[in-house]
Design a binder for this molecule. Structure first.
Ligand code: BES
Ligand code: ZN
Ligand code: ZN
Length: 504
């Protein structure tokens, strides 16, 4: 099947006046409750003879977050249309608000087949947001809104946005915005690359296809790349990855990409769950919604994109991405419930449910990462359905064994405009994964599902500071998030990049 690679938006930063810019759509903004906008929005309003203030007075434009009303300018300014992006309440203003406002506006512009978009530095100077943060957030918002999962359609697809030009009056600010926009572009392109991979159907993306893609990108960026095939995986003792992969005709892979700008200092090990399809194995999943399990490699896609982004950004932090890749299938040589497996770390695991496979491949990869020099571990996984029940599709659940690293993750997520919330990892939960015949079993029953899954992982990180991100809910937008297309979200690429920048 042909996969249409969409061209992505070109970003520019220009010194100029918004009332003089020629484009198909100009994005200005409005806070909720403001009746007489100032700044760029005020200037555009005046040029349009007070049309924006009139629409506000009529209650047709409210400034609600994500609102993106389109106004035709009828030649009164060179921009053919103006979009008044709602920024929400000024008291709630954040990076996330800029993402939502710009993404919604870009989606509205796309619907009207706009190709050239201009925008301002939304929120620069408000609530602690400087020019740089605004520029990065504007670019990220544009890419969030631009992504479309329709690349397998053979009929005509929506028209593409070609340019996004950020207009800034002050030349100094424009100069610094230009650099920040370039960084935002790298991060946002990588985020959308992760979304494309998650969007790929499993028939098009096997573990070895994923490994080849990772290798191709590593070569392009000069990252050190190690790929283990199924023979090496088995021979080197990755018993759990072998056990999960053996039910499929398409064998597992283990890929490690390393970014090593420094001789010493911390090494961040990013470990991503890479199940290219999760049928459940012999503990077969119900048919309903099983197709979504093509996205069970969202963790691996996120760590791949994150390492590629930090390489391009030349972040001076040592980092490595570990991607255990397997297809969880119920083939003739599949692992059975009741099987006992020896892990890479040397412990024994009784497999009770073959659908709890993510923690198995992660356990081997975490142990390997710790052994091969990672000083800090962050794993990312679509790990439990129970996390979707607990926090829905808005918030990523985080659990870990180290206060400092946990706080760093929270701060990075906040900066990146992604939501995380901590869940507890009290020792008492360990009881639930006790096995009568092995060191532990791979499920802990229905109570506290996301926590017992994390307790299992904890067994394999030793004393290394570690945080686990369960993205089962947040990696896929079911339509809850109106500012982006239904489908993959690219979470938590931005948080991981921010974390590595924080370590620099
Ligand atoms: N990949 C699933 C978790 C999942 C569910 C991700 C829904 C995204 C959306 C995982 O491998 C799984 O099947 N987990 C089981 C664990 C159970 C058997 C203890 C689950 O959550 O049901
Ligand atoms: Zn599963
Ligand atoms: Zn899974």
């Amino acid at each position: 099947m042909t996969h249409f690679r969409r061209p992505t938006i070109q970003i520019k930063v220009r010194v100029g006046d918004v009332t003089e810019v020629e484009c198909d759509a100009l994005i200005v903004n409005l806070f909720d409750g403001v009746t007489h906008p100032g700044g760029a929005t005020g200037a555009v309003d005046r040029a349009l003879g007070g049309q924006i203030t009139a629409l506000i007075a009529a209650g047709e434009i409210k400034g609600k977050l994500g609102e993106a009303p389109v106004i035709h300018t009828a030649g009164r300014i060179p921009a053919a249309r103006v979009i008044v992006a709602g920024l929400g309440k000024s008291a709630d203003f954040s990076v996330e608000a800029v993402h939502k406002a710009v993404a919604s506006s870009v989606r509205a512009a796309k619907k009207k087949a706009c190709r050239r978009i201009a925008t301002i530095l939304h929120g620069a100077g408000i609530a602690g947001m400087n020019t740089d943060r605004s520029a990065q957030a504007v670019v990220e918002g544009a890419f969030i809104g631009d992504f479309d999962p329709d690349s397998y359609k053979t009929s005509e697809r929506e028209k593409e946005i070609e340019f996004l030009t950020i207009i800034e009056r002050d030349a100094d600010k424009a100069r610094s915005a230009k650099q920040a926009a370039a960084a935002g572009e790298i991060i946002a392109r990588e985020m959308n690359q992760a979304r494309s991979l998650v969007n790929m159907p499993a028939n098009e993306l096997s573990p070895s296809d994923f490994a080849k893609e990772a290798q191709r990108r590593a070569e392009a960026l000069g990252l050190d790349c190690e790929v283990l095939d199924e023979k090496q995986i088995e021979k080197q003792g990755f018993g759990l990855l072998t056990a999960v992969g053996r039910g499929s005709a398409r064998p597992p892979r283990l890929v490690v990409l390393r970014h090593q700008p420094r001789k010493r200092g911390p090494v961040i090990g990013l470990v991503g769950k890479g199940i290219t399809f999760d049928s459940g194995g012999l503990s077969l999943k119900p048919a309903e919604n099983m197709e979504l399990m093509k996205g069970d490699m969202a963790g691996a896609a996120a760590v791949l994109s994150a390492i590629c982004a930090i390489a391009q950004l030349k972040v001076p932090t040592n980092a490595a991405a570990f991607m255990p890749l397997a297809e969880n299938m119920p083939g003739g040589s599949a692992t059975r419930p009741g099987d006992v497996i020896k892990t890479y770390a040397g412990k024994s695991v009784e497999i009770i449910n073959t659908d709890a496979e993510g923690r198995l491949i992660l356990a081997d990869a975490l142990a390997y990462a710790a052994k091969s020099g990672a000083t800090h571990l962050v794993d990312v996984a679509t790990l439990t359905g129970a996390m979707v029940i607990a926090l829905g599709r808005i918030t990523t659940g985080v659990l870990g064994n180290n206060r400092d690293l946990m706080e760093r993750i929270k701060a990075a997520a906040e900066k990146a405009g992604e939501r995380v919330w901590e869940m507890p990892l009290f020792d008492e939960y360990r009881e639930q994964i006790k096995s009568p015949i092995a060191d532990m079993k791979n499920i802990g029953g229905r109570p506290a599902g996301p926590i017992t899954a994390a307790m299992f992982l904890k067994e394999f990180v030793g004393d290394t500071p570690w945080v686990h991100l369960d993205i089962a809910g947040t990696s896929w937008n079911e339509g809850d998030l109106s500012y982006m297309a239904k489908g993959p979200t690219g979470v938590p690429v931005r948080t991981l990049v921010e974390l590595c920048r924080d370590f620099a």
